[in-house]
Design a protein around this ligand. Structure first.
Ligand code: HEC
Length: 235
């Protein structure tokens, strides 16, 4: 009985040799897809990933500037209906929006601020902040046309570079406010316009700060309030 039991327990499992050989090949092969998945998930590729679950990621639609034969003019993008104005785009105040009234399609630069703009200390400080963000890189913190971008362009001996205008020349100090505003909005010659980055009121705030900068570089003792004059250093 003992013998019989022993042979039963210890007897080698009766697995056919071909099956062992097949498993020896199949098991490592089964790792290949896993390795490929891991590889494609982690290494950047030129082509987009295979996208099994589409959800709503890809839909039939017309993209900007695409053609569409449904309309007579063949454009998928529809122009606004004549006479409609989008919210916030009324632009009825030409002085505020353009820097002056439009006469025969041309802006006549106005001098002075639009009626809706109130120039106080907070407004000028706002202008200072915006100027330091948008204008300093080229015109320099004090407005002499010596910002970091200019310095770098000189260092690179860039032949295409035009020096940003010094804002303290007599010419620039005599400019109408609308003219300065227009330069910020549309740019001038090689200077790009900032209409898309600086909203209308901020453009006027920057104008106010440029005027403050100009005053700061050309002030005389009489410009200082009387009670502060004793604090001026005599030179
Ligand atoms: C990318 C650099 C750059 C930035 C930023 C820049 N400017 Fe200029 N700006 C120039 C250059 C260059 C000129 C000279 C253009 C020319 O003469 O071709 C100029 C000219 C001007 C002039 C004189 C225009 C004229 O009528 O001659 C004013 C005023 C001015 N900039 C104001 C500003 C203000 C305000 C800002 C900030 C909102 C600003 N600029 C931002 C490069 C810049």
């Amino acid at each position: 009985m003992w013998n019989a039991l022993r042979t039963n327990v210890i007897r080698k499992p009766n697995i056919p040799k071909w099956l062992i050989a097949a498993m020896a090949i199949m098991i490592p092969l089964s790792w290949v897809p896993l390795a490929l998945i891991a590889y494609y998930r982690t290494v950047p590729h030129r082509k987009p990933r295979i996208h099994f679950f589409q959800d709503m990621d890809n839909q039939v639609k017309y993209k900007a500037q695409a053609a569409n034969t449904l309309f007579a003019d063949g454009r998928a993008m529809r122009p606004p209906i004549e006479g409609t104005i989008a919210r916030g785009r009324l632009m009825a105040d030409e002085h505020l929006e353009h820097g002056g009234p439009i006469v025969e399609g041309k802006v006549q630069w106005a001098d002075g601020y639009p009626a809706t703009i109130k120039v106080d200390e907070a407004f000028i400080l706002r202008g200072q902040e915006r100027y330091n963000i948008y204008c300093t890189p080229c015109h320099g913190a004090a407005g002499y046309g010596d910002g970091m971008v200019h310095q770098r362009a000189v260092q690179l001996e860039s032949s295409a570079w035009v020096q940003p205008t010094n804002l303290h020349t007599d010419d620039l100090r005599g400019r109408k406010l609308g003219d300065l505003y227009g330069t910020i909005k549309w740019g001038r010659r090689t200077m790009p316009g900032y209409a898309s980055k600086i909203p209308t009121d901020d453009r006027w705030a920057i104008v106010a700060y440029v005027k403050a900068l100009q005053l700061s570089q050309n002030a005389v003792a009489a410009d200082v309030p009387e009670d502060m004059r004793p604090r001026l250093r005599q030179e």
